[in-house]
Ligand binder design. Structure first.
Ligand code: BV8
Length: 249
């Protein structure tokens, strides 16, 4: 039983520019809790939107640093899943045909890059940047918060609630969304702005919207295709059905 209808397969094959927005659902099958269930056990009494703020870091830098260090160490043990690899393969196929492919992520785990995706637009930063220091999957912190070389407090390289997104990243994402023919919203509940606003922009621009999610979201009713399922299972099948061995010149 094919997963996708012929119109979707034709759209994947014919689009001159495909833009993709991923959220925590794409990393869930790698063992990384999604954002709204990121707090379990010890952290269950906290709301991520409370901890992921500059106010929380100012109020209790040790607590916030410990939360992020626990996430960094957990993510460092995780590997890309088949959904990440399918997106890297899709990018390779589309680029090999001389077309455009833009991968925009809300995730901070860098598993897309680990799977081979290139030029990933990270709207919310990454766990691996600490202030200006890039530390590729650095070791666990030994002090909380860790100190910068200047002696100041090092903060996670993520965008907290209430903070502006990196201007260049957001502009690149908006430009790509405004010029694509197919916009894929994958594993995100589409409630965190301004990232979620990209779906509105895609539809305003006349792009077709494909959503893949375990459950219905606020974007589902506006999607041309809304596929219920795990991205780690759906994406490899989509790529195979659209560009199976006999279709990829
Ligand atoms: C800003 C880094 C302004 C930190 C994150 C307009 C309207 C309403 C509110 C606002 C608005 N504009 C701004 C706001 C406020 C706020 C916001 O959007 N709040 C929301 C909660 C209402 N936005 C901001 O504060 C942004 N900043 O706008 O600044 C400004 C302007 C000028 C000057 C100063 C300031 C900053 C937002 C960025 C926050 N940082 N992350 C960290 O990680 O610790 S956000 C966080 O949410 C993560 O990055 C995450 O990736 C992202 C999105 O996650 P969701 O998709 O919401 O996550 P969730 O877990 O809900 O969903 C997972 C989905 O996957 C589910 O649908 C599930 O069904 C699905 N799923 C699960 N498993 C699978 C799956 N699907 C498929 N397969 C599976 N296997």
């Amino acid at each position: 039983m094919p997963l996708a209808d012929n119109e979707l397969l034709e759209c994947l094959r014919s689009a001159d520019h495909i833009a993709v927005l991923t959220g925590p659902g794409v990393s869930a099958e790698s063992g990384i809790p999604t954002f709204r269930d990121a707090l379990s056990g010890l952290w269950s009494k906290y709301d991520p939107a409370d901890l992921a703020t500059p106010e929380a870091f100012a109020r209790d830098p040790e607590l916030v640093a410990r939360w992020y260090d626990e996430r960094r160490c957990m993510v460092a043990r995780c590997r890309p899943n088949s959904g990440h690899f399918a997106l890297a393969e899709l990018q390779r196929i589309i680029l090999s045909q001389g077309k455009r492919f833009t991968l925009i992520t809300q995730n901070v785990d860098r598993l897309h890059q680990a799977a081979g995706s290139k030029d990933v637009i990270e709207l919310h930063g990454t766990l691996w940047l600490c202030g200006d220091d890039v530390e590729e999957r650095g070791p666990a912190f030994t002090e909380f918060p860790p100190r910068c070389s200047c002696g100041g407090r090092r903060r996670p390289g993520v965008v907290w609630f209430g903070e502006k997104l990196p201007g260049h990243a957001l502009l690149q994402a908006q430009k790509a969304t405004g010029s694509c023919q197919l916009f894929m919203s994958l594993g995100t509940s589409s409630v965190v702005y301004p990232a979620a606003g990209l779906v509105d922009l895609a539809i305003q621009n006349g792009a077709k919207l494909l959503e893949v999610n375990l459950q219905e979201t606020v974007s589902s009713s506006r999607a041309h295709w809304s596929i219920r399922g795990k991205t780690g299972e759906v994406l490899p099948r989509l790529v195979a059905e659209a560009f199976g061995k006999d279709k990829n010149p």
